[in-house]
Design a protein around this ligand. Structure first.
Ligand code: G3P
Ligand code: CA
Length: 230
């Protein structure tokens, strides 16, 4: 009897910066939109305010996404939260995101700066967030700190270009997942990561034909501004 081929699992649907194609990125409205589309997880970006609060914003400065000016790290929470992040939304704190997502959706928390890993893990734990959480970063050292703070954490090593030793790098920081720019994903790289036991998510896949191509490659998760298209 021929061996039955294992059926390929459907990739996880992950809303990028909430559902940034539908609402201002990294806002509660954007996260609500993603939840409305029934995503598995919502990806958001984390930074620290001047007074040490974890806030959800992508860029180093507030200039592009709000009506304000200046570096996130130079502004106190009280000032950050008065800014308009689009459609009257404000920059959320991680606490607000955990509260909104609790019981509704999993989270992919991208650590945009060094030094916030432990605080992030502790807040997730303190708030007793029960959904799936994946801690992601391009700053691979942060993932080691996450693992030290939570031995069971899922961690995702982000790569823009894929270095030759990408598998070794991901294994060295004991990541469970890798996140690849979808333009760099090939059958060979997917096979190499899978052989090493790593799950593969691809970002930021918005066009239906690219989504289809990523499914065909057998990735484990697709991150999109338009998660309703996945
Ligand atoms: O989750 C991966 C993706 O969000 C990384 O790129 O620039 O959108 O944070 P960026
Ligand atoms: Ca991100």
């Amino acid at each position: 009897m021929p061996k039955e081929r294992p059926t390929r699992q459907t990739p996880l649907r992950i809303g990028h910066r909430g559902a940034a194609g539908h609402a201002p990125e990294n806002t509660l409205e954007s996260i609500r939109a993603a939840i409305g589309f029934g995503v598995d997880q919502v990806e958001v970006d984390l930074r620290a305010s001047r007074d040490g609060h974890l806030v959800v914003i992508h860029d180093e400065t507030v200039d592009r996404t709000t009506g304000g000016k200046g570096k996130v790290a130079d502004l106190p929470l009280a000032e950050l939260t008065t800014l308009d992040a689009g459609c009257g939304q404000s920059i959320p704190t991680l606490e607000e995101v955990l509260e909104l997502a609790h019981g509704r959706v999993g989270l992919m928390l991208e650590l945009k700066v060094a030094g916030i890993a432990v605080q992030t893990v502790e807040l997730v734990r303190q708030r007793r967030f029960t959904g799936a959480v994946i801690y992601a970063s391009f700053l691979l050292h942060e993932l080691i700190l996450v693992r030290q703070a939570d031995a069971d954490a899922k961690t995702l090593a982000l790569f823009d270009e894929i270095p030759q030793d990408a598998v070794a790098q991901a294994l060295t920081v004991r990541a469970s997942h890798v996140g690849l720019n979808y333009k760099t994903a090939t059958t060979q790289t997917i096979m190499a990561f899978h052989r090493a036991g790593l799950q593969i998510f691809v970002y930021t896949v918005n066009e239906p034909h690219d989504i289809q191509a990523m499914r065909a490659l057998g990735v484990d998760g697709i991150i999109s501004d338009f998660p309703d298209r996945i």
